[in-house]
Design a protein around this ligand. Structure first.
Ligand SMILES: NC(=O)C1=CN([C@@H]2O[C@H](COP(=O)(O)OP(=O)(O)OC[C@H]3O[C@@H](n4cnc5c(N)ncnc54)[C@H](OP(=O)(O)O)[C@@H]3O)[C@@H](O)[C@H]2O)C=CC1
Ligand SMILES: O=C(O)[C@@H]1CCC=N1
Length: 271
């Protein structure tokens, strides 16, 4: 059949669909179940995918299901779909933070092939990165299929130990928000130094784009790229020293740890 059902058509599902269509996957092979009328209509209009308010309708039409609802409603969604899952045995790809493959397998009735995926919203512009973990029932062809699906959204990284998926979530799943926060802070700081809001925004955003491209396109690491900006006793040196003195690295480490802990809590709280 080679059709894909998205159960939940919110922010992340929309980003993934935007990465898939057009190009890698025909819009007609995507079936999205989404309860919110406005979101459903926008997905049909913008991408030409099939839409339905009913999860079972989308699920019956596909042999791969991407579970894109919040962790808090995933159990209820899976249990309602378990008769269909047990009948058609689709490949399950869950993007929910925290929820484990064992939990999903139990809720779907058992013996399911499940990939836990943690994408991020830059998928919308083809610049995402997704961490992937497959349970033992996922065979080689299904791994390839999942990788092909997620590669449309950017790069993929397989993770061997499922316990580390909370760390993936904390670094790259949530990570775009940290960069957006930095952009907000840089723009505000530029304004505080007397720049107009427009000028500060363009300078901050384009700097982040340029630095991101250098990180991914050059063959030297972040520390070396930073050193190349930092003239001896110059302006960058003053700023980096200020960051270090204020504990920037520890601040980032604590924030990433808080996200990883929250992933584990989401699993425990929604079991
Ligand atoms: N946003 C991100 O950057 C990332 C998110 N994720 C994961 O993706 C999942 C979705 O997150 P996100 O896209 O941000 O959240 P959204 O709230 O934007 O998307 C979830 C969508 O599912 C809908 N929904 C709610 N209940 C059901 C149901 N019973 N059946 C079908 N659809 C339903 C929601 O409708 P309503 O609003 O009415 O509840 C909403 O439109 C989460 O599990 C999250 O952990 C993973 C990686 C990154
Ligand atoms: O904030 C969240 O819980 C989701 C998971 C990763 C990004 N957004």
């Amino acid at each position: 059949m080679d059709n894909i059902a998205f159960i939940g058509g919110g922010n992340m599902a929309r980003s993934l669909i935007g990465g898939l269509v057009p190009g890698r996957v025909a819009a007609a092979s995507l079936h999205v179940a989404e309860p919110v009328d406005a979101l459903r209509d926008a997905l049909a209009r913008d991408f030409g995918v099939h839409v339905s308010p009913d999860n079972a309708t989308a699920a019956r039409a596909a042999d791969t299901w991407v579970l894109g609802v919040k962790p808090q409603v995933l159990r209820e969604v899976c249990e309602a779909l378990s008769p269909i899952a047990q009948g058609s045995r689709p490949l399950i790809v869950s993007i929910a933070a925290g929820i484990t493959t064992a939990q999903l397998d139990r809720w779907l009735g058992g013996r399911m092939a499940i990939v836990r995926a943690m994408p991020n919203t830059p998928a919308l512009v083809g610049a995402g990165v997704t961490g992937l973990f497959a349970n033992a029932r996922v065979h080689a062809q299904q791994r390839e299929r999942t990788q092909h699906l997620l590669n449309a959204a950017g790069r993929t990284v397989w993770i061997d130990d499922e316990a580390r998926m909370d760390a993936v979530t904390a670094v790259s799943g949530s990570g775009p928000a940290y960069v957006f926060l930095l952009a907000e802070a840089m723009q505000a700081a530029g304004e505080a130094e007397g720049l107009s809001p427009d000028a500060a925004r363009v300078l901050a955003y384009q700097t982040i784009l340029g630095a991101g491209r250098m990180l991914c396109e050059s063959d030297v690491d972040a520390a070396e790229l930073r050193r190349r900006v930092t003239s001896p006793n110059g302006t960058t040196h003053a700023a980096v020293q200020s960051f270090e003195a204020d504990g920037f690295r520890a601040l980032v480490q604590r924030a990433v740890h808080a996200a990883a802990v929250r992933g584990k809590e989401l699993s425990d709280a929604n079991d």
